[in-house]
Design a protein around this ligand. Sequence first.
Ligand code: UFG
Length: 332
Amino acid sequence: MQEHPYVLVTGGAGYIGSHVVLALRQAGWPVVVVDDLSTGKRRLVPDDVRFIEGDIADRALIDAALVRYQPVAVMHFAGSIVVPESVSDPLRYYANNTAASLSLIAACVAAGVDRFIFSSTAAVYGEPARSPVSETDPTVPINPYGSSKLCTEWVLRDTAAATPLEYVALRYFNVAGADPEGRSGQSMEKATHLIKVACQAALGLRKGMEVFGDDYPTADGTCVRDYIHVSDLAEAHVRALDYLVAGGKSIVLNCGYGHGFSVREVLETVRAVAEGRLEWRIGPRRAGDPPALVSANTRIRETLGWQPRFDDLRFIVETAMDWEQRLIEKAL
Ligand code: UFG
């Protein structure tokens, strides 16, 4: 007999979801993944994990999975994550991130699955008036990606007030790096995120790269972000699950280290890891980039007892670089 009940993970074949699946398995939880493989990769899901290929908006499919596996909780990662794409195709973002989540939450309520862990984002803060930004600061998203995630936070808040459902919404800052054992990593073909782009440029997969603006009101003029290693983020999810299973009440938590690095500092670190093989040029600002986005993290540390293990920019970059090399060598 298995020790624990199942955890159902949507988007478990994606970048963050697959790392959370590894962390859940490590903690002894049986896992069932639902993923439509639109961006996820089947090979990122370990063999001992049940896999259902399908769309989370497919209510019949989700109802059947909830009846069959009776999960103790649902962890919801499936969604669309590219900010500029959300500006050009907002309906897709509201469909994938808001409407599909609403359908999933409704299915949970109907099935009596009353613990829900949601992938939210620092994008809900927009351009925060202060840094570090805390969970009680105003949420003023400046793109449909952030708005579509904030809508789902509201659905959860109001559903939790009216039903037995309790939730944890985790607002991720800049997630980066890869599993230190090389089992998973960021595999999106057209990545836009700084550390992945820089690793690809250092490995000659791109013709150089651009810094989007060096005239920001920061110490070196480039934007500051709070980069969090994906395995630390995964551990936060396991702790959020333990918290809800122990009877914890609904809560919103920032996920970041509480300090930031500038784009220039990140690129210098990538160049050091790549033994000098990285060039960049300074380009214009990218629309919608706040100068600094750093997480206040007292709440997650106190509520979940979460302690980061990989709060080290060089280690984050090394694991990201290792993963890029693996992708090349194995032609993944
Ligand atoms: N940057 C560059 N050159 C690049 C790529 C990025 O200079 O080629 C800069 C960006 O301008 C920004 C920083 O590097 O200043 C980080 O950019 P990313 O695109 O890696 O990440 P963002 O901070 O834009 O996005 C992150 C999350 C989003 C989330 C957002 C919230 O990845 O999911 O924070 O603001 F929506």
